[in-house]
Design a protein around this ligand. Structure first.
Ligand SMILES: [Zn+2]
Length: 164
């Protein structure tokens, strides 16, 4: 690839330009969409519910199958108690997650309804097509100064900088 700043050819993407030193991102790679808070909330709720169900089930199984016998080891009671404590702990985590989600939703709606608030541009514009992007500086600085036999002229002129 070419460096978009100085036009130096044969550059490696995801590295720094050998001539001017700017960082060259790999534009052929798909842009990773950021994880939204809603996705985090959803994952958190699902995992918390699964943990609660597992903990309560294990506590009940331990208690019903092993406890209250004549030679029950004290560790059985400790483990069952720990499982119950963990499920209670996760119930309050779930409760806090739900409260936080409600709060987050409310503030998002409020922000959108506020007059003069900055609108998020991803709702107004299509996502940038980075697949076929050719920075203007590259074409200007590399194609203009070719000599007749196809080589770059020895002295590059930076006309593009002045002609704005
Ligand atoms: Zn460069």
């Amino acid at each position: 690839m070419f460096c978009p700043k100085c036009g130096q050819p044969d550059q490696t993407p995801e590295s720094y330009c050998r001539q001017c030193g700017i960082f060259l991102p790999d534009l052929s790679k798909p842009v990773k969409s950021p994880t939204t808070p809603e996705v985090h909330f959803k994952a958190n709720i699902v995992l918390t519910v699964m943990t609660i169900v597992t903990c309560i089930t294990l506590a009940i199984l331990l208690w019903s199958m092993l406890a209250l016998g004549p030679d029950t080891h004290p560790l059985i009671y400790v483990t069952a108690g720990l499982m119950m404590a963990m499920s209670i702990w996760h119930v309050q985590t779930l409760w806090r997650t739900l409260l936080l989600r409600k709060h987050f939703k409310r503030t998002t709606i409020k922000r959108e309804l506020e007059p003069g608030a900055a609108q998020s541009t991803d709702k107004l514009l299509d996502p940038a097509d980075l697949e076929n992007i050719v920075p203007a500086s590259v074409t200007e600085r590399t194609t203009r100064h070719l000599t007749a036999d196809g080589r770059r002229s020895a002295e590059p002129e930076h006309q593009a900088d002045r002609a704005v």
